[in-house]
Design a protein around this ligand. Structure first.
Ligand code: NAG
Ligand code: NAG
Ligand code: NAG
Ligand code: NAG
Length: 508
């Protein structure tokens, strides 16, 4: 092979194939973590690699263009990844054999680290010799701070730290869902407080409608559980399974829902029988809230004539515990919500609450579940406030925007090496690309601390070892194949709850 061919081949490897997968999990499929060829690339005599995860913060400020700043992130989801993919005997002879064969074909060369994996198999009975330290799950931490660190615990397995990078960085997803959902909770809290004077029902104001809009069952489970960190309403029941299996709660279930109509259960009655459909369905569910999609043909006619006149008596007879929930599902979200409220308000006389905002009678409310994302949510509640409607009697559903319309770039989630030991000598390492100062990474061993004023600060280069800085907020959660610290979902929720000072900040 001539040198230019060789160059092309090497280029091909490292730029296209260096981030690939490597071994096979209990489930029998190829395990996500893996930077297959990297073990050959570290300096000779490297005996430890130490890396960390953060949601990078903008150093040069041009975030003005984005309405939502996402200054703080909710740390959530590591416990799931660790239990599902990295705990216990994850390396077996069969998996090594299978991976060896796949990578032989995949790279058209024997680049697979068979010797390294056999070492782990024999010395650790297939358990991964790494240590992971992390902030408690549910913690709300400003961008730019270390959230977890990973280090190899056996000098022979220095390469393992960044082998687990790919699967660990997938935590960007539950972090981003939980963070975006919490920002929406803040918007709802602000407007609920301003238009009613209290936060009653806040946890039920943003319902997860995202099941069908996500890429897979696993995404549904993880994403829905991340939303439930902040709220209690969900139709994505896969999240309940994830929480019960990987976290656990004191309540039998961490999320709730109500019976709801969909278009098929209305349109199956025929266009001339929408009223019959509505009547039938509300009678099926006399003692719980029931949500009825009312835009199959004409949402305004449905509100005015069917709900407001034909079925009015039936609705007025319902209790506050079993209201009719009218669901528009098309049109511009703000205009539709305002018009629906206006029509319903003419037929079912609203009361004025202590803050001077209109509230529909307790037997009727509205849910807007179409076109809801963090930006339209803000517009709708602002528009309602302008028109003197209280946020008390509306709730929202969000689907694709809640669980799927998010990427790793939103919070700049990244995993970088910051410390290595070579020839017995610890070296602080970092990157600092000339073209983007935002991508500079941290140096050395890291720890997370609280300052006297309550701010969070990341100390670099092992400085956090000094006693004067107090306790490191990173706790060992994983050691040599075992989970050594677990959080219940109740603890996660408690760590992530909206603090009083945050609500006060929102009101100023
Ligand atoms: C690696 O360590 C060995 C044994 O200590 C030493 O002989 C060798 O020079 C080292 N290699 C490098 C590149 O430092
Ligand atoms: C975060 O990612 C966005 C999108 O890729 C990018 O424009 C921005 O510069 C990144 N910020 C940081 C701090 O890396
Ligand atoms: C978020 O961060 C930006 C930029 O650092 C800052 O200007 C803004 O005040 C912060 N917002 C909040 C709510 O803390
Ligand atoms: C609407 O808000 C009022 C005031 O908080 C409350 O009493 C009532 O139960 C709410 N109605 C529904 C259907 O939630």
């Amino acid at each position: 092979m001539c040198s230019s061919q060789l160059f092309a081949r090497v280029f091909f490897f490292f730029f296209f194939f260096s981030q690939l997968v490597l071994c096979v999990t209990e489930d029998g499929w190829t395990l996500g973590p893996g930077l297959v060829t990297h073990y050959k690339q570290y300096p000779p005599n490297t005996s430890k690699v130490y890396s960390y995860f953060e949601c990078r913060e903008k150093k040069t400020d041009s975030t003005k263009t984005r309405k939502v700043k996402y200054n703080k992130t909710v740390f959530y989801g590591l416990q799931y990844i660790l239990q599902k993919y990295l705990t216990g005997k994850v390396i077996t002879p069969q998996k090594i054999q299978e991976a060896k064969e796949v990578y032989r074909e995949h790279f058209q060369d024997d680049v697979f680290n068979e010797k390294g994996w056999n070492y782990i198999l024999e010395k650790y009975n297939g358990h991964l010799p790494i240590e992971i330290k992390a902030v408690p799950e549910g913690s709300v931490i400003p961008r730019g701070n270390v959230l977890f660190t990973v280090e190899s615990t056996d000098p022979e397995c220095y390469w393992l730290t960044n082998w687990v990078e790919t699967i660990l960085v997938q935590i960007w997803y539950p972090i981003t869902v939980a963070t975006n959902s919490r920002e929406q909770k803040k918007i709802l809290a602000k407007y609920l407080m301003e238009t009613s004077g209290n936060l009653e029902g806040l946890e039920y104001k943003l319902h997860d409608f995202g099941y069908r809009g996500v890429s897979s069952q696993e995404t549904a489970g993880i994403g829905a559980s991340a939303h439930l960190v902040n709220f209690k309403g969900t139709d994505t029941v896969a999240g309940i399974g994830v929480i019960k299996k990987y976290y656990g709660t004191k309540d039998p279930v961490p999320g709730f829902s109500v019976p709801a109509a969909e278009h098929s259960t209305i349109t199956a009655w025929g266009k001339d029988h929408e009223k019959d459909a509505f009547e039938h369905i509300i009678k099926q569910f006399p003692s719980v809230p029931v949500s009825i999609v009312s835009d199959s043909y004409d949402i305004y006619n449905a509100c005015e004539k069917i709900w407001g006149e034909d079925l009015r008596g039936l609705i007025e007879a319902r209790s506050a515990d079993a209201p009719l929930v009218v669901r528009p599902d098309s049109g511009n979200p703000l205009d539709t919500v305002l018009k629906v409220l206006e029509i319903l308000g003419k037929k079912f006389t609203p009361q004025e609450n202590s803050k001077g905002y209109k509230v529909l009678p307790p037997y009727i409310r509205v849910i807007q579940g179409d076109g809801v994302d963090i930006n339209t949510l803000q517009e709708i509640v602002e528009g309602m406030k302008e028109h003197r409607w209280s946020i008390e009697n509306i709730s929202f559903g969000s689907g694709g925007a809640l669980l799927q319309k998010l990427t790793r770039d939103l919070l700049n989630c990244s995993f970088k090496c910051s410390y290595v030991v070579t020839n017995g000598l610890g070296v602080n390492v970092f990157k600092d690309p000339v073209a983007d100062p935002n991508k500079r990474s941290k140096k050395g061993r890291l720890s997370l601390h609280r300052t006297q004023s309550g701010d969070f600060v990341t100390l670099e280069e092992g400085k956090g070892d000094l006693e004067e800085y107090g306790q490191d907020l990173l706790h060992t959660v994983f050691q040599n194949g075992k989970i050594v610290k677990m959080y219940t979902f109740d603890e996660v929720r408690d760590n992530a709850r909206l603090k009083e000072f945050e609500v006060e900040e929102l009101l100023h």
